[in-house]
Design a protein around this ligand. Structure first.
Ligand code: 5GP
Ligand code: ZN
Length: 139
């Protein structure tokens, strides 16, 4: 993909702070970190969405994420926990159209977190079952 920032990073056309790479993935520091050490794991082949990803790229991406998370915990940075975040689609917050797994070092008082509607209504039993059936039949 000629216009993709992350393809350009993989090609070395845009500089990045490389953390790790293998035949399928490239890992580097996010330019606008949520916390110091915020890393991104990307497949070396361009896929826009998770569902597009070939399994031979998907599995190494998660495995590299596991490696990075382990490194964050050992590195000389504040890290008591790790969040994985993958924004799949613009509505989910995806800004770069090349699949990427965020690996975010967390520590007490870092100010990061998820936002949910505190007044959200939980599904009733029938709706709960309908949701479970609908998802499971599409797995
Ligand atoms: P998204 O919002 O799509 O889940 O995340 C995209 C991430 O890519 C953002 O956290 C953003 O800071 C990061 N990013 C965007 N452009 C660049 C870049 O040129 N270099 C690096 N290292 N990170 C980038
Ligand atoms: Zn790309």
């Amino acid at each position: 993909m000629t216009d993709c920032i992350f393809c350009k990073i993989i090609a070395g056309e845009i500089p990045s702070s490389k953390l790790y790479e293998d035949s399928h993935v490239y890992c580097f520091l996010d330019i606008n970190p949520v916390t110091p050490g915020h890393s991104l794991v990307i497949p070396k082949k361009h896929f826009e969405f998770l569902a597009d990803m070939a399994p031979e790229y998907a599995a190494p991406m998660w495995e590299a994420g596991r490696k990075i998370a382990s490194a964050l915990r050992k590195a000389d940075i504040k890290c008591d926990g790790v969040n994985f975040l993958l924004a799949d689609g613009a509505t989910a917050g995806q800004e770069v159209g090349h699949v990427h797994l965020h690996v975010i070092a967390r520590y007490r008082g870092d100010g990061a977190g998820y936002k949910f509607d505190p007044n959200r209504k939980l599904p009733d039993d029938d709706e709960w079952k309908r949701i479970a059936d609908s998802i499971s039949s599409n797995v």
